[in-house]
Design a protein around this ligand. Structure first.
Ligand code: E4P
Length: 223
């Protein structure tokens, strides 16, 4: 199971890479619109923090030739290990096909349907990113779509991994993983929500109170 961070916020990336086992960071133009700093400056800062972890950066062009040029500019500045995120439409499929011939890492994004995932897999995408919450907003059964993609890839022995994305709550993340998504990319706040509730807080406080009643304020290593 792989856990990635869906943010370009440097402080958030620092915090969650330190606390959790984070496989990488994903971004898109919308995420960048709320981040500070120039494009390359921002990604240099992110790269410094995440080091060898994966960095997924989305192209913005609408035709495949320009998508390739963007990918070349990204990797010239940030290294060939960057995953180039490409939306799955016809131009995107052609771009992904070329990028894989050129030995790039590729993440197929903006996936709402099993047929997009299938086509991305045929051109060798390393990951496909189905958009859980956005599918829900369209009354598409996100869990079923993600489960079907996983089943199709399994049947085909496809090396393409499912990186579920677009989450607004913890249940969506868990729903993706229980139907077999290999990876999820999650905003930091949702990760924190997974381990913050009054039951957990109550248990931690009660254990602490019993400890203090028995041994005082010293910790185990101070006894
Ligand atoms: C990540 O790769 C996706 O671009 C992102 O999760 C989309 O999230 P949104 O639906 O909240 O914009």
């Amino acid at each position: 199971m792989e856990l990635l961070l869906d943010t370009a916020n440097v402080e958030e990336i620092k915090k969650y890479c330190d606390l959790y086992e984070i496989k990488g960071v994903t971004t898109n133009p919308t995420i960048l619109s709320s981040a500070k700093g120039g494009f390359f400056e921002l990604f240099w800062s992110i790269k410094k923090i995440i080091q060898d972890r994966q960095l997924h950066i989305q192209v913005t062009a609408v035709n495949w030739e320009d998508m390739i040029k963007e990918a070349e500019a990204i990797t010239a500045s940030l290294g060939k290990d960057v995953y180039i995120k490409v939306p799955v439409d016809e131009q995107g499929i052609k771009a992904m096909k070329e990028l894989k011939h050129m030995q790039y890492h590729v993440t197929a994004t903006a996936v709402y349907t099993i047929q997009q995932a299938m086509l991305a897999s045929t051109v060798g995408a390393d990951y496909v990113a189905p958009y859980f919450n956005r599918m829900n907003n369209l009354n598409i059964d996100s869990k079923k779509v993600i489960g079907d993609i996983v089943t199709l890839f399994d049947k085909d022995n496809s090396p393409t991994k499912v990186l579920a994305a677009s989450f607004k709550n913890t249940q969506q993340v868990l729903d993706s993983l229980t139907v077999g998504a290999h990876a999820v990319t999650v905003p930091g706040a949702i990760l924190s929500q997974m381990v913050s509730n009054s039951l957990i807080d109550g248990a931690v406080e009660a254990f602490r109170a019993d400890w203090v009643r028995t041994y005082g304020n010293k910790m185990i290593h101070e006894l």
